[in-house]
Structures are given as C-alpha cells and as structure tokens.
Design a protein around this ligand. Structure first.
Ligand SMILES: [Zn+2]
Ligand SMILES: [Zn+2]
Length: 133
C-alpha cells in the first residue's frame, strides 16, 4: 500500500496519504481564475484523493471557506505560519474527497497530472500537458 507524505513549507503541517494504489489519486491542472488567485500562479495543481486516505500527522491547518463566485462554497486549508496552501474541497465533495495541493507532496513526480480543467483560460504561452487519460 503506497504511502505518500507531504507538508507545508515550514513543516509545521505534515500529512500522509494512504492509497491502496496510485490509481486512487487523480492529479489535474485547473486554469480557472479562482485557482490562479488562490495558488498565486498560473494554474492550480491538485491531486484528488478519497477523503479517508488523508491523514493529518501534525499541525493545525487554518481554513478559509467562501463562495467561489458560482454559488459553490470552497473550503481551503493552509498553514497559518508559512502560508502554504495544503488542500481544498468543494461543499459537495466534502464527505468524499480531498484535493491536495500537489506541490505540498514530498514527491509530486510520483503522481503526474492526468487532466486539465478550464482550458479556455489556459495562458496563451502554456502548452497542454502531454499525457492525459
Ligand atoms: Zn507552514
Ligand atoms: Zn480552478
């Protein structure tokens, strides 16, 4: 059973993902305006995992919850010491999934992206990801 570890930049928040297979995780890019704002960069990159595979090992993430502009409440958790964004989930996915910010994983290369959302908002200089499934 593969275990993936992750943390915020200052390491006060540490977590583990206990997946039964790498197929349990799905990493995607999102080019929407909200993701650009929240991630503070060109796109959001999250790894969707079943909620019960996420184990918080240390720390106490701060939560921000707000309507994303379309009537959907998005919960976001981040480190209140270093500001690293750890995970997010929409109100409807709340009981089932967590969207882990892929850069917080210790080895993000193990779970490469399989899809993209809001491609219309992809920056003009950015190519599509090569291997989608
Ligand atoms: Zn931190
Ligand atoms: Zn987005």
């Amino acid at each position: 059973m593969p275990t993936y570890t992750g943390s915020c930049f200052c390491k006060s928040i540490q977590y583990e993902l206990h997946l039964s297979s790498p197929e349990d995780a799905r990493t995607s890019l999102c080019h929407c305006r909200n993701c650009k704002k929240v991630f503070g960069t060109n796109y959001g990159l999250t790894t969707k995992v079943p909620k019960d595979t996420f184990y918080l090992i240390s720390g106490n993430p701060k939560e921000h919850a707000a309507d994303n502009g379309s009537g959907v409440v998005i919960h976001r958790e981040f480190c209140d010491n270093c500001g690293s964004f750890i995970l997010e989930y929409g109100e409807m996915a709340k009981d089932h999934f967590r969207y882990i910010c892929s850069g917080s994983l210790d080895e993000p290369e193990l779970l490469p992206p399989k899809g993209e959302f809001f491609c219309k908002s992809r920056a003009s200089w950015m190519p599509e990801i090569p291997s989608k499934s």
